[in-house]
Design a binder for this molecule. Structure first.
Ligand code: ASP
Length: 342
């Protein structure tokens, strides 16, 4: 590689692929094959661009794990024929999809860059052009015959983040994403400044393995002052429950009220994995600081450390699809698999 790279653009939906109807003012999808008409600048890039679109592009609030499998399958099929992939996706759930793909694509040795925009591509003030053009440039980056990025990234408003460290933080600003616990992999200024030390190490030539089996029936519960016994017992009694992510306070703190301890204990006895992630935007869970938490640690609650909620959910679904024994689930979950936690 490093000749003229072949880049595959995959359009899944979202604002970036929309234009405004001048009469009604509503947003609708344009024919993605006509992308070059809207962004003629793409012709100036030093790469060959092909496009593929979901048959029915969707707003990312409708994304679900079966769509993640669809994206993974497109990449798997095209993997040998392309040097990099750019996925256009609605920003609302982009961090969930991109985190999931980071787990599903094991031994990735090519760039998979997610991007989107806050304003449609046809809008005069759109952020779509810069996001798309720079994402393609990043997917084309090459050093000594090898792609610079060999992981799943998310590019938005001048920064490339590790996908499974990113989170949507703003519904209004162009700077819609952040990565509070990990530095950006690339900052786009006059030059593309690559933070080489932050990149995932090379997978030493291992073959891509695409995992398409994911778990289901998990629950995400955010702790709040006043959450009560009846609600918790009702939620935890969900018969098909396979896993639980608990968004806790500060460094992973939970109430130690007796009824809550009892409810957690019941799930642990049923070998349901429970992951503790902090509801703070930055920082880490540490279940050794407060006495109340030591009890939960000893009971077997998994520490999500500094993982994002999006990534915690994706990792849980991924690992639940892997037939991992209840004994080793905690150890594997607490190990960083794709740079998603410290
Ligand atoms: N609702 C849109 C979506 O996530 C917003 C966007 O594209 O940014 O699909």
């Amino acid at each position: 590689m490093c000749k003229k790279p072949n880049i595959l653009l995959i359009y899944t939906g979202g604002t970036i692929g929309m234009i405004k109807d001048s009469e009604t003012g509503t947003l609708h999808n344009f024919n993605f094959d006509e992308l070059l008409e809207y962004i003629p600048e793409l012709n100036l890039l030093d790469c060959n661009i092909s496009t593929q679109s979901f048959a029915k592009p969707i707003d990312s609030s409708n994304m679900n794990p079966s769509n993640w499998v669809e994206i993974a399958s497109i990449i798997e099929e095209a993997y040998d024929n392309y040097d990099g992939f750019v996925i256009l996706h609605g920003s609302d759930t982009m961090s969930y999809t991109a985190s999931a793909l980071s787990f599903m694509l094991e031994n990735l040795s090519k760039p998979v860059i997610f991007t989107g925009s806050q304003l449609p591509i046809g809008d005069l003030r759109t952020d779509a052009k810069e996001n798309l053009i720079t994402s393609i440039q990043i997917a084309s980056l090459c050093n000594e015959g090898r792609p610079v990025i060999r992981e799943v990234g998310l590019y938005f408003e001048y920064k490339l983040y590790r996908a499974n460290r990113s989170t949507k933080i703003n519904a209004e600003h162009f700077e819609a994403f952040d990565s509070l616990n990990y530095p950006p992999l690339i900052v786009s200024g006059v030059n593309l400044s690559v933070n080489y030390q932050a990149l995932l190490p090379s997978n030493s030539g291992k073959k891509l393995k695409v995992h398409k089996k994911l778990g289901s029936n998990i629950l995400l519960v955010k702790m709040f002052p006043g959450i009560d016994e009846v609600t918790i017992n009702h939620l935890f009694a969900y018969p098909e429950i396979k896993g639980l992510v608990l968004e806790t306070y500060g460094s992973g703190n939970l109430t130690n009220e007796k009824w809550f301890v009892k409810a957690i204990k019941k799930l642990i006895d049923k070998e349901i994995p429970i992951v503790n992630v902090t509801q703070c935007s930055g920082g880490s869970v540490d279940m050794n600081i407060y006495k109340t938490n030591i009890k939960y640690r000893k009971m077997g609650i998994i520490s999500g450390k500094d993982i994002t909620t999006e990534s915690a959910l994706a990792k849980l679904l991924f690992l639940l699809g892997q037939n991992i024994s209840a004994n080793s689930f905690k150890t594997i979950y607490e190990t960083s698999l794709r740079g998603e936690m410290k």
